[in-house]
Write a protein that binds this ligand. Structure first.
Ligand code: PA5
Length: 447
């Protein structure tokens, strides 16, 4: 079993403090924050804090046995045989986890993947041109639909589903359309559940005690992921092993990497005034992992006038855009780098006789070697020269197992961090404000 590791080498003072905590010390400079994280750990694992009724995700990986995954895999196999495309409809927590993992685990440049449908997403915005194009594309391919909404009443997926449902019923007839739609929603409430029952669509349940942004390891993520060829058993295994490491009866600072990460970020926020955390990667497939992470931490911590603002950057691409600001702009952030230790393939830089671009000094070296040096050079530049504390999360390689570990690691750290901050990490009252205004402006009855 290859594990995630935290590397505090570039973490400056914060990194040194966390290393001394790992070594068993209680540094005064942490001003009681270490004890606050310890209390938050008790609150989270004893399920006693604010929003504890939404802690279904905490011990979920341990329950994801082969038997539990079987119905999802079976239905995915049925859909796989009849679809070139899967239209996956959902927004927020009903979208980002699947999108992130599909981006990580399916080929990036191949338009069609042998044997598995390509996933196209819908319901995550309200752009008319996108839907016109989608409906035009759907004319040419065999497809199935997976509509995901816990509440069953969210505007964006509801509108997308109306459009796609009309199309699929016209294309295949009402009867066959029924065999091509799967609904993932609440077990008894909501318009989508009523519709699924009326129409006889296959449906999977989003558990009551799991909020959207913590739901990727429920059918919300597992069904579309299995359908796109991702090994959900390995994903579950990674999460289970991480649960065993983190969700223990007592907090062990030397082993609990989520507690270490929480202390690092809360120290920088509370005692060093760093208001922004930049999640960076050197791996283009992780771009949407950053989007998933932003929702997880943004919705969980950003309330009551508090919270670290979660931002993301994709290197080396963004070193040619944001890089200048990170190096020399306002010192308002710290950086967390998703650092990949191994690639799944090998490719060396070719030698060229003429050496016009002066790149022969790396000829014969793997592209990943150049990337590794870029990462190390960046960490040094940002921390030692730029004064930005950098934490590296070392990931053995990009596969389902390490993604399962990462998901649970961040979920656990997010719960812990929210409680350390003193907020309820499992609600999101602020997202209602735009909806109220939009409904009023649209003339919704009763709005
Ligand atoms: O994390 C959350 O709870 C939200 O982001 C929801 O996932 C999002 O609003 C979609 O909600 P629903 O699944 O009810 O359509």
């Amino acid at each position: 079993m290859e594990n995630l590791k935290l590397d505090f080498r570039f973490g400056l003072e914060a990194g040194r403090l966390i290393e001394s905590v790992i070594a068993g010390e209680k540094p005064d400079k942490l001003s009681g924050l270490q004890e606050k994280v310890e209390e938050a750990f008790q609150t989270l694992t004893r399920e006693k804090g604010k929003g504890h009724e939404f802690l279904g995700w905490l011990r979920l990986p341990g329950r994801l046995s082969g038997e539990a995954l079987a119905p999802v895999k079976e239905k995915a196999e049925d859909f796989r045989k009849k679809s070139q495309l899967l239209v996956c409809i959902g927004i927020g927590g009903s979208y980002l986890g699947t999108k992130a993992l599909v981006e990580c685990m399916t080929p990036q440049l191949t338009p069609f993947i042998m044997g598995y449908p390509r996933v196209v997403f819908a319901g995550h915005h309200l752009c008319e041109d996108y839907y016109s194009e989608l409906l035009a594309v759907l004319e040419h391919y065999d497809y199935t639909v997976c509509v995901i909404s816990k509440s069953g009443t969210t505007t964006e997926p509801a509108i997308a589903f109306r459009l796609v449902r009309e199309h699929i019923e016209k294309k295949y007839g009402k009867e066959e359309a029924r065999n091509r739609i799967t609904v993932i929603t609440d077990k008894e409430r909501g318009a989508l559940k009523t519709l699924a029952d009326q129409e006889g669509y296959t449906s999977f349940v989003v558990p009551d005690n799991i909020g959207g942004r913590y739901s990727v390891l429920t059918p919300v993520g597992l069904f579309p992921l299995a359908l796109s060829g991702i090994d959900i058993s390995e994903l579950a295994q990674g999460a289970q092993d991480m649960q065993e490491l983190l969700c223990t009866p007592e907090l062990d600072w030397s082993r609990n990497i989520a507690a270490q990460y929480t202390l690092f970020r809360q120290y920088l926020y509370k005692l060093q005034g760093k208001k922004v955390e930049l999640l960076a990667n050197f791996e283009p497939r992780l771009l949407y992992f950053g989007e998933w992470w932003k929702q997880l931490f943004g919705e969980s911590e950003g309330k009551e006038g508090k919270g670290i603002f979660p931002a993301s950057a994709n290197f080396t691409t963004d070193l040619h855009s944001l890089g200048q600001y990170i190096q020399e702009g306002e010192r308002l952030f710290f950086e967390t780098v998703l650092s990949m230790e191994n690639q799944n393939t090998e490719l060396a830089v070719p030698f060229e006789e003429s050496d016009l671009d002066k790149m022969n000094f790396v000829a014969g070296k793997r592209v990943s070697h150049v990337n590794e040096k870029a990462e190390e050079g960046t960490c040094m530049a940002h921390s030692q020269q730029g004064g930005v504390p950098v934490l590296r999360i070392r990931i053995p390689r990009l596969n389902e197992y390490s993604l399962g570990q990462l998901i649970y690691f961040f979920e656990f750290a997010c719960g812990l961090s929210g409680y350390t901050l003193g907020v309820n990490p499992f609600d999101q009252p602020g997202v209602e404000a735009y909806k109220k205004n939009m409904f009023k402006l649209l003339g919704k009855p009763g709005a």
